[in-house]
Write a protein that binds this ligand. Structure first.
Ligand SMILES: Cc1ncc(COP(=O)(O)O)c(C=O)c1O
Length: 287
C-alpha cells in the first residue's frame, strides 16, 4: 500500500511530500511536534497531546495554524488513508517559510503543517515487552527547555544512536548530580529496592510525558503509590524493576542498564501490571 502524507492542506503521496528549503523547521529547527499512539484506529491520550502541543506552540510564539477539531480531522484522516489501526501519527508544525533570518518572519507567515502515520507491529512490541529491553546512560547535554516538544533533537539523536550501537533501545540522560532526567524519547521509571515506584518530577528539565501523565492517573485510581522524585543511576541499578513510557513504546520494561542487570534481570510483576493497566486505559479512552 502506498503511504500518504499531509502537507499544508493537501494529502500527497509520501514520496512526493516536501516542504520548502527555507522552511524554518529545516533551517533552524524552529518548530514543534507531537506523536499520538494509534490503538484500534483511534488516538490514544488525545486531549493530553493536544494540550501539550498548544502549550509548545504558545511557548515558542507560533500561532496555531488551526483549531483542535480541524487538527483532529487531519490526524485521523492521515491515519485512515495509511490504514493505520495500530501505530503512530506524527504531527509537525514549524514557524513557516521565510527568507533566512534568525528573527521571526513577518506576522501572518503561515506555519507549515506536516502529518504522517505508520503502522507498528503490536505483537512484536508485546513480545519485546515480555523480554524486557536495555538502556544505556549518557550525560545530559540538552537545553533548559526540554518541557517544549521542539523538533530540535540533536542531543536525543546522538544519544539514541549511541544506544542503538550498544544494542540498547534507549539512552537515559544523566544530569550533573548523577540523577536520571529521562530517555531520549521516553520517561524513565524505577521500582526502587524498597518497592516504591519512582519517576522524575516535572519541575525538572524534562518533557511532561503524556503517557506518564495517564499512567499516574491510572495508578492513583488503583491506589498505587508513586513518588515523583529523582533517582541516581546507582539507585536504578539496585532497583527491583525499571521501565520507560512514551507514545512509541507505551510502557516497556527495562532489564539492563549499561550492560548490568536490573534486579534479577527479568521483567518484574509491577512493570508488567502497569503496562497492562496503561494499555487498557489508553484503549478505553482513545478518541
Ligand atoms: C524526550 C522525551 N521524553 C519523554 C517522552 C514521552 O512522552 P509521551 O509519553 O508524551 O510520548 C518523549 C516522547 O517522544 C520524549 O521525546
Amino acid at each position: 500500500m502506498s503511504r500518504i502524507a499531509y502537507v499544508n492542506g493537501r494529502f500527497v503521496p509520501h514520496g512526493q511530500a516536501a516542504v520548502h528549503v527555507e522552511d524554518r523547521g529545516y533551517q533552524f529547527a524552529d518548530g514543534v511536534y507531537e506523536v499520538w499512539a494509534v490503538l484500534g484506529g483511534r488516538l490514544a491520550d488525545a486531549a493530553g497531546h493536544f494540550e501539550r502541543l498548544e502549550r509548545s506552540l504558545t511557548e515558542l510564539l507560533i500561532v496555531p495554524p488551526m483549531g483542535r477539531p480541524s487538527l483532529e480531522v487531519v490526524l485521523k484522516e492521515t491515519a485512515r488513508r495509511n490504514r493505520v489501526r495500530e501505530g503512530l501519527v506524527y504531527l509537525q508544525i514549524t514557524r513557516g517559510v521565510a527568507p533566512r533570518d534568525h528573527a521571526f518572519p513577518r506576522p501572518g507567515t503561515p506555519p507549515s503543517v506536516v502529518c504522517t502515520a505508520h503502522s507498528l507491529d503490536r505483537a512484536a512490541s508485546d513480545a519485546r515487552a515480555e523480554r524486557g529491553a536495555a538502556v544505556i546512560t549518557v550525560p545530559e547535554t540538552r537545553w533548559s527547555r526540554c518541557d517544549i516538544k521542539s523538533v530540535a533533537l540533536l542531543p536525543n539523536v546522538l544519544a539514541k544512536q549511541q544506544a542503538r550501537a550498544a544494542g540498547a533501545v534507549e539512552a537515559w540522560f544523566v544530569d550533573d548530580l548523577g540523577l536520571v532526567t529521562e530517555g531520549a524519547s521516553s520517561n524513565a521509571w524505577i521500582i526502587d529496592k524498597q518497592g516504591r515506584v519512582r519517576t522524575r518530577d516535572t519541575q525538572a528539565n524534562i518533557l511532561r510525558g503524556i503517557t506518564r501523565k495517564t499512567l499516574l492517573s491510572v495508578m492513583a485510581r488503583e491506589g498505587l503509590k508513586v513518588e515523583e522524585r529523582p533517582f541516581t543511576v546507582e539507585e536504578a541499578l539496585e532497583a527491583r524493576e525499571a521501565f520507560i513510557t512514551g507514545a512509541g513504546t507505551l510502557l516497556l520494561p527495562i532489564v539492563s542498564i549499561n550492560g548490568k542487570q536490573v534486579g534479577d534481570g527479568a521483567v518484574g510483576p509491577v512493570a508488567k501490571r502497569l503496562r497492562r493497566l496503561y494499555i487498557e486505559e489508553a484503549r478505553r479512552t482513545a478518541l
